[in-house]
Design a protein around this ligand. Structure first.
Ligand code: IPD
Ligand code: CA
Length: 312
Protein backbone atom coordinates (compact mmCIF):
# COMPACT_ATOMS: atom_id res chain seq x y z
CA UNK A 1 0.00 0.00 0.00
CA UNK A 2 2.87 2.37 0.71
CA UNK A 3 5.02 1.28 -2.23
CA UNK A 4 6.71 4.15 -4.01
CA UNK A 5 5.17 4.52 -7.49
CA UNK A 6 7.47 3.42 -10.35
CA UNK A 7 7.05 6.88 -11.94
CA UNK A 8 9.13 8.27 -9.07
CA UNK A 9 11.66 5.45 -8.98
CA UNK A 10 12.24 4.98 -12.72
CA UNK A 11 15.43 5.84 -14.55
CA UNK A 12 14.77 9.55 -14.31
CA UNK A 13 13.78 9.28 -10.65
CA UNK A 14 16.27 11.96 -9.69
CA UNK A 15 15.58 11.84 -5.98
CA UNK A 16 15.25 8.06 -5.92
CA UNK A 17 17.51 7.40 -2.94
CA UNK A 18 16.29 10.47 -1.02
CA UNK A 19 12.68 9.41 -1.55
CA UNK A 20 13.21 5.81 -0.44
CA UNK A 21 15.00 6.82 2.75
CA UNK A 22 12.54 9.59 3.60
CA UNK A 23 9.53 7.29 3.11
CA UNK A 24 11.15 4.65 5.33
CA UNK A 25 11.74 7.25 8.06
CA UNK A 26 8.26 8.77 7.75
CA UNK A 27 6.69 5.32 8.19
CA UNK A 28 8.91 4.64 11.21
CA UNK A 29 8.01 7.95 12.88
CA UNK A 30 4.36 7.42 11.93
CA UNK A 31 4.33 4.12 13.82
CA UNK A 32 5.15 6.06 17.01
CA UNK A 33 2.19 8.38 16.38
CA UNK A 34 -0.09 5.42 15.80
CA UNK A 35 1.03 3.62 18.93
CA UNK A 36 0.06 6.57 21.12
CA UNK A 37 -3.17 7.51 19.30
CA UNK A 38 -4.51 3.98 19.46
CA UNK A 39 -4.11 3.97 23.24
CA UNK A 40 -6.06 7.18 23.86
CA UNK A 41 -9.37 6.41 25.55
CA UNK A 42 -8.20 2.99 26.77
CA UNK A 43 -6.74 1.93 30.12
CA UNK A 44 -3.31 1.59 28.52
CA UNK A 45 -3.73 5.17 27.34
CA UNK A 46 -3.82 6.50 30.89
CA UNK A 47 -0.22 5.43 31.29
CA UNK A 48 0.70 6.68 27.86
CA UNK A 49 -0.55 10.18 28.78
CA UNK A 50 2.07 10.46 31.52
CA UNK A 51 4.88 9.45 29.17
CA UNK A 52 3.98 12.17 26.67
CA UNK A 53 6.10 14.68 28.67
CA UNK A 54 4.47 17.79 27.32
CA UNK A 55 6.70 20.88 27.11
CA UNK A 56 5.22 24.22 26.13
CA UNK A 57 6.69 26.60 23.54
CA UNK A 58 5.37 30.13 22.80
CA UNK A 59 2.28 29.61 25.05
CA UNK A 60 0.34 26.81 26.73
CA UNK A 61 -1.52 25.98 23.53
CA UNK A 62 1.74 25.44 21.62
CA UNK A 63 3.54 22.38 22.87
CA UNK A 64 5.74 19.42 21.97
CA UNK A 65 5.71 15.91 23.40
CA UNK A 66 8.47 13.37 23.94
CA UNK A 67 7.30 11.67 20.71
CA UNK A 68 7.81 14.89 18.69
CA UNK A 69 11.39 14.99 19.96
CA UNK A 70 11.94 11.25 19.41
CA UNK A 71 10.53 11.37 15.86
CA UNK A 72 12.72 14.33 14.95
CA UNK A 73 15.77 12.45 16.26
CA UNK A 74 14.88 9.31 14.28
CA UNK A 75 14.36 11.27 11.06
CA UNK A 76 17.38 13.55 11.47
CA UNK A 77 19.80 10.76 12.36
CA UNK A 78 18.39 8.54 9.62
CA UNK A 79 18.81 11.24 6.97
CA UNK A 80 22.28 12.25 8.09
CA UNK A 81 23.50 8.65 8.10
CA UNK A 82 22.73 8.48 4.35
CA UNK A 83 23.28 12.13 3.40
CA UNK A 84 25.93 13.49 5.77
CA UNK A 85 26.40 16.69 3.77
CA UNK A 86 22.75 17.69 3.65
CA UNK A 87 21.29 20.42 5.86
CA UNK A 88 18.34 19.77 8.15
CA UNK A 89 15.78 22.22 9.52
CA UNK A 90 13.50 20.58 12.06
CA UNK A 91 10.65 22.07 14.06
CA UNK A 92 11.79 20.78 17.42
CA UNK A 93 15.50 21.52 17.02
CA UNK A 94 14.57 25.06 15.96
CA UNK A 95 12.18 25.39 18.91
CA UNK A 96 11.35 28.99 19.71
CA UNK A 97 14.71 30.17 18.34
CA UNK A 98 15.06 32.10 15.09
CA UNK A 99 14.52 30.17 11.87
CA UNK A 100 17.72 28.81 10.34
CA UNK A 101 18.50 30.34 6.96
CA UNK A 102 17.63 28.24 3.92
CA UNK A 103 20.85 27.97 1.88
CA UNK A 104 21.32 26.52 -1.61
CA UNK A 105 22.58 23.24 -0.09
CA UNK A 106 20.25 20.25 -0.28
CA UNK A 107 18.05 20.80 2.78
CA UNK A 108 15.45 18.66 4.53
CA UNK A 109 12.63 20.44 6.34
CA UNK A 110 10.91 18.30 8.93
CA UNK A 111 7.82 18.39 11.06
CA UNK A 112 8.10 15.21 13.15
CA UNK A 113 4.42 15.46 14.16
CA UNK A 114 2.15 17.97 12.49
CA UNK A 115 -1.10 18.36 14.37
CA UNK A 116 0.51 17.74 17.76
CA UNK A 117 -2.65 18.74 19.62
CA UNK A 118 -4.68 16.24 17.59
CA UNK A 119 -2.00 13.63 18.22
CA UNK A 120 -1.91 14.18 22.00
CA UNK A 121 -5.72 13.94 22.17
CA UNK A 122 -5.87 10.91 19.89
CA UNK A 123 -7.63 12.78 17.08
CA UNK A 124 -6.69 11.09 13.80
CA UNK A 125 -5.65 14.12 11.69
CA UNK A 126 -1.95 14.15 12.44
CA UNK A 127 1.05 13.30 10.29
CA UNK A 128 4.80 13.22 9.75
CA UNK A 129 6.06 15.71 7.19
CA UNK A 130 9.40 15.61 5.39
CA UNK A 131 10.15 18.16 2.69
CA UNK A 132 13.30 18.46 0.59
CA UNK A 133 14.72 21.62 -1.01
CA UNK A 134 17.35 22.04 -3.71
CA UNK A 135 18.74 25.52 -4.36
CA UNK A 136 16.17 26.90 -1.90
CA UNK A 137 13.23 25.43 -3.84
CA UNK A 138 10.98 22.71 -2.37
CA UNK A 139 11.28 19.77 -4.78
CA UNK A 140 9.92 16.82 -2.85
CA UNK A 141 7.31 16.20 -0.15
CA UNK A 142 6.59 13.10 1.90
CA UNK A 143 3.60 13.18 4.25
CA UNK A 144 2.46 10.15 6.20
CA UNK A 145 -0.80 10.19 8.18
CA UNK A 146 -0.76 6.88 10.07
CA UNK A 147 -4.25 7.08 11.58
CA UNK A 148 -5.89 7.49 8.19
CA UNK A 149 -3.32 5.24 6.51
CA UNK A 150 -2.38 7.75 3.84
CA UNK A 151 1.04 8.35 2.35
CA UNK A 152 1.19 11.46 0.16
CA UNK A 153 4.20 11.94 -2.10
CA UNK A 154 5.04 14.78 -4.43
CA UNK A 155 8.12 15.33 -6.59
CA UNK A 156 8.58 18.50 -8.62
CA UNK A 157 7.65 17.91 -12.27
CA UNK A 158 6.81 14.25 -11.55
CA UNK A 159 3.40 14.56 -9.94
CA UNK A 160 1.71 13.78 -6.65
CA UNK A 161 0.48 10.47 -5.34
CA UNK A 162 -1.72 9.13 -2.53
CA UNK A 163 -0.86 5.58 -1.56
CA UNK A 164 0.84 5.06 -4.92
CA UNK A 165 -2.04 6.41 -7.03
CA UNK A 166 -1.56 9.69 -8.94
CA UNK A 167 -3.70 12.55 -7.67
CA UNK A 168 -4.77 15.61 -9.60
CA UNK A 169 -7.52 18.17 -9.24
CA UNK A 170 -10.55 17.41 -11.38
CA UNK A 171 -11.71 19.89 -14.05
CA UNK A 172 -14.97 20.39 -12.08
CA UNK A 173 -12.99 22.15 -9.34
CA UNK A 174 -12.18 24.90 -11.88
CA UNK A 175 -15.80 26.03 -11.74
CA UNK A 176 -15.75 26.57 -7.98
CA UNK A 177 -16.51 29.98 -6.57
CA UNK A 178 -16.25 30.98 -2.92
CA UNK A 179 -19.98 30.43 -2.49
CA UNK A 180 -19.68 26.71 -3.20
CA UNK A 181 -16.34 26.16 -1.52
CA UNK A 182 -15.16 24.56 1.69
CA UNK A 183 -12.88 27.15 3.26
CA UNK A 184 -10.33 26.20 5.87
CA UNK A 185 -8.33 28.33 8.26
CA UNK A 186 -6.47 27.42 11.44
CA UNK A 187 -6.41 29.71 14.48
CA UNK A 188 -2.86 28.59 15.36
CA UNK A 189 -1.42 29.84 18.62
CA UNK A 190 -2.07 33.59 18.38
CA UNK A 191 -3.97 34.71 21.49
CA UNK A 192 -3.67 38.50 21.66
CA UNK A 193 -6.94 40.42 21.47
CA UNK A 194 -5.85 42.17 18.29
CA UNK A 195 -4.97 38.88 16.57
CA UNK A 196 -8.19 37.21 17.63
CA UNK A 197 -10.20 40.16 16.30
CA UNK A 198 -8.38 40.06 12.96
CA UNK A 199 -8.88 36.31 12.57
CA UNK A 200 -12.55 36.43 13.57
CA UNK A 201 -13.24 39.39 11.30
CA UNK A 202 -11.80 37.45 8.37
CA UNK A 203 -14.08 34.51 9.17
CA UNK A 204 -17.01 36.91 9.47
CA UNK A 205 -16.31 38.34 6.02
CA UNK A 206 -16.23 34.83 4.52
CA UNK A 207 -19.52 33.87 6.17
CA UNK A 208 -21.14 37.16 5.14
CA UNK A 209 -19.91 36.66 1.58
CA UNK A 210 -21.21 33.06 1.62
CA UNK A 211 -19.37 29.75 1.32
CA UNK A 212 -20.42 26.12 1.53
CA UNK A 213 -18.87 25.74 4.98
CA UNK A 214 -15.72 26.40 7.00
CA UNK A 215 -13.33 24.00 8.71
CA UNK A 216 -10.38 24.00 11.15
CA UNK A 217 -8.73 20.57 11.15
CA UNK A 218 -5.58 21.19 13.20
CA UNK A 219 -2.85 20.02 10.81
CA UNK A 220 -1.54 22.58 8.34
CA UNK A 221 0.34 19.91 6.38
CA UNK A 222 -2.74 17.74 5.92
CA UNK A 223 -4.77 20.84 5.01
CA UNK A 224 -2.46 21.30 1.99
CA UNK A 225 -2.66 17.60 1.05
CA UNK A 226 -6.45 17.82 1.25
CA UNK A 227 -6.53 20.75 -1.18
CA UNK A 228 -4.36 18.61 -3.48
CA UNK A 229 -7.20 16.05 -3.50
CA UNK A 230 -10.05 18.59 -3.73
CA UNK A 231 -11.30 17.61 -0.26
CA UNK A 232 -10.93 21.27 0.70
CA UNK A 233 -11.22 24.07 -1.86
CA UNK A 234 -9.28 26.89 -0.30
CA UNK A 235 -7.17 27.37 2.84
CA UNK A 236 -5.42 30.40 4.28
CA UNK A 237 -3.22 31.39 7.18
CA UNK A 238 -1.40 34.53 8.31
CA UNK A 239 -4.23 37.04 8.69
CA UNK A 240 -2.48 38.00 11.90
CA UNK A 241 0.24 36.13 13.81
CA UNK A 242 -1.16 32.66 13.14
CA UNK A 243 0.91 32.11 9.96
CA UNK A 244 2.74 28.85 9.59
CA UNK A 245 6.42 27.91 9.54
CA UNK A 246 8.55 26.34 6.74
CA UNK A 247 7.89 22.80 8.08
CA UNK A 248 4.14 23.39 7.83
CA UNK A 249 4.49 24.36 4.15
CA UNK A 250 7.45 22.61 2.53
CA UNK A 251 6.27 19.04 1.83
CA UNK A 252 2.60 19.94 1.36
CA UNK A 253 3.43 22.74 -1.04
CA UNK A 254 5.07 20.32 -3.52
CA UNK A 255 2.17 17.88 -3.19
CA UNK A 256 -0.53 20.49 -3.79
CA UNK A 257 1.26 22.23 -6.67
CA UNK A 258 2.03 18.96 -8.44
CA UNK A 259 -1.67 18.06 -8.18
CA UNK A 260 -2.60 21.33 -9.91
CA UNK A 261 -3.37 23.57 -6.93
CA UNK A 262 -2.01 27.10 -6.54
CA UNK A 263 -0.39 28.79 -3.57
CA UNK A 264 0.80 32.31 -2.78
CA UNK A 265 1.35 34.59 0.20
CA UNK A 266 -1.94 35.88 1.58
CA UNK A 267 -0.42 39.27 2.32
CA UNK A 268 1.59 41.04 -0.35
CA UNK A 269 5.03 39.52 0.21
CA UNK A 270 7.23 38.67 -2.79
CA UNK A 271 4.45 38.35 -5.31
CA UNK A 272 5.14 38.07 -9.00
CA UNK A 273 2.56 39.32 -11.47
CA UNK A 274 1.91 38.47 -15.11
CA UNK A 275 1.36 41.04 -17.91
CA UNK A 276 -2.32 41.36 -16.98
CA UNK A 277 -1.42 42.24 -13.41
CA UNK A 278 -2.52 38.84 -12.08
CA UNK A 279 -0.35 37.04 -9.60
CA UNK A 280 1.57 34.15 -11.17
CA UNK A 281 0.23 31.11 -9.30
CA UNK A 282 2.88 29.44 -7.22
CA UNK A 283 5.66 31.60 -8.60
CA UNK A 284 6.27 33.68 -5.59
CA UNK A 285 5.42 31.59 -2.60
CA UNK A 286 8.33 31.09 -0.33
CA UNK A 287 8.20 28.76 2.65
CA UNK A 288 9.47 31.50 4.96
CA UNK A 289 6.38 33.56 4.16
CA UNK A 290 4.36 34.64 7.19
CA UNK A 291 1.08 34.16 5.36
CA UNK A 292 -0.34 31.83 2.73
CA UNK A 293 -3.43 31.10 0.69
CA UNK A 294 -3.82 27.93 -1.35
CA UNK A 295 -6.72 26.92 -3.58
CA UNK A 296 -7.85 24.52 -6.25
CA UNK A 297 -7.62 27.29 -8.89
CA UNK A 298 -6.27 30.86 -9.12
CA UNK A 299 -9.68 32.56 -9.54
CA UNK A 300 -10.97 31.08 -6.30
CA UNK A 301 -7.70 31.92 -4.58
CA UNK A 302 -8.03 35.59 -5.48
CA UNK A 303 -11.75 35.73 -4.66
CA UNK A 304 -11.12 34.28 -1.22
CA UNK A 305 -8.05 36.46 -0.66
CA UNK A 306 -10.01 39.64 -1.43
CA UNK A 307 -12.73 38.55 0.98
CA UNK A 308 -10.36 37.55 3.78
CA UNK A 309 -8.43 40.83 3.52
CA UNK A 310 -11.59 42.92 3.16
CA UNK A 311 -10.77 44.18 -0.38
CA UNK A 312 -13.60 44.95 -2.75
C1 IPD B 1 0.53 23.36 13.87
C2 IPD B 1 -0.60 22.86 12.99
C3 IPD B 1 -1.73 23.86 13.01
C4 IPD B 1 -1.26 25.25 12.56
C5 IPD B 1 -0.11 25.71 13.45
C6 IPD B 1 1.02 24.69 13.40
P1 IPD B 1 2.07 21.58 15.11
O1 IPD B 1 1.62 22.47 13.81
O2 IPD B 1 -0.16 22.64 11.67
O3 IPD B 1 -2.74 23.44 12.13
O4 IPD B 1 -2.30 26.15 12.65
O5 IPD B 1 0.34 26.95 13.01
O6 IPD B 1 2.06 25.14 14.22
O7 IPD B 1 2.39 22.54 16.20
O8 IPD B 1 0.92 20.72 15.42
O9 IPD B 1 3.24 20.89 14.56
CA1 CA C 1 4.98 19.76 14.88
Amino acid sequence: MFDIPPELLGEDGIYRKELKIAVELALKAGANIEEHCKKVGTKAGQQSETTLQISTKQNDADFATAIDILNEKIITEGLLSHFPHHQIIGEESTGTGSLPELTSDPTWIIDPIDGTTNFASGLPLTCVSIGFCQNQIPVMGIVYAPMTQELFLGVKNKGSFRNGIPICLSPSTLAKTLKDSIVLFEFGYARSEESIDKMLNAVKRILQHGCRTTRCLGSGVLDLCYVAMGRLDVIYTGVSEEGWKPWDYCAGMVIVQEAGGCIRSLQNENDEFDDCGKVVPGSSFDIYSKSMICAVHPGLLEECRNTVLGFK
